[in-house]
Design a protein around this ligand. Structure first.
Ligand SMILES: [Zn+2]
Length: 242
């Protein structure tokens, strides 16, 4: 669940490719085409179309099984009612048969209002359907460092509050990032964040902990096994594809 094309790569890319490498089928729902981005060095008027193509290519690199790009206006997600946005997430959960969601942390991580709104919709839909929601987040030390260096109000979490900080292989993520050329060609904040994070990503359990009827105890709202027991990169049996 993301707001903009590139969020699935810049933010969730290492987790998504890691899930796929461990045999988990994944789908991405993106609310906007990112046409309002200020990272548009060429000043192209057709940025939304360009970014849609970048999104599609990046999703393939991340081995995402289904990538859905909606057409809500970039930067104005919060102008739409939560029930409307929630319905789009709910449709995706139902049609895909999703058993858990991955979204940005509740504060949006970068504080972008679209990120916050997308997560609100994810949380509401997940609660309705009784599926857990994992929130991608940053350790406070990384968030604070980025805020100091770039003047952007990143929102992080104290280490003691993280539900999982897991080793990741960033090879596929970096290839997916390269697909988003319009956004990654000149993006020092992104590369500094990856440098500070190293080979780890962190998640928190945001909600949706109710167990839907008829499901196994595996879906009881705790972290999924493949996250809680994520092998270290050196142990990954399919490392060449990670
Ligand atoms: Zn974004």
């Amino acid at each position: 669940m993301v707001a903009h094309p590139d969020d699935e790569s810049f933010a969730l890319g290492a987790l998504l490719s890691g899930y796929a490498a461990h045999g988990v089928r994944t789908a991405v729902l993106c609310f906007t085409r990112g046409e309002a981005s200020t990272l548009n060095p060429g000043g192209r008027e057709d940025l939304g179309r360009v970014r849609a193509q970048e999104f599609s290519r990046a999703a393939r690199i991340l081995a995402v099984d289904r990538a859905v790009l909606l057409d809500y206006p970039d930067g104005r997600l919060s102008a739409f009612s939560l029930p409307e946005l929630t319905a789009r997430v709910r449709d995706m959960i139902d049609s895909w048969g999703a058993t858990r969601l991955l979204a940005f942390d509740a504060g949006g991580v970068t504080g972008h209002p679209d990120h916050v709104r997308a997560t609100e919709a994810a949380l509401t839909a997940a609660e309705e359907r009784g599926v857990p929601v994992l929130g991608w987040t940053l350790p406070t030390m990384v968030a604070d460092r980025l805020t100091r260096e770039f003047g952007i109000p990143f929102h992080g979490r104290a280490l003691s509050t993280l539900d999982q900080s897991t080793p990741v292989d960033r090879a596929a993520q970096r290839r997916a990032i390269a697909c988003h050329r319009s956004q990654s060609a000149d993006n020092p904040v992104l590369y500094r964040r990856l440098e500070l994070l190293g080979d780890f990503e962190s998640v928190v359990l945001l909600g949706g902990t109710a167990r839907p009827s008829g499901t196994s105890s595996q879906d009881d709202g705790h972290l999924p096994e493949h996250v809680a027991q994520w092998p270290s990169p050196v142990e990954c049996p399919r490392r060449s594809r990670c």
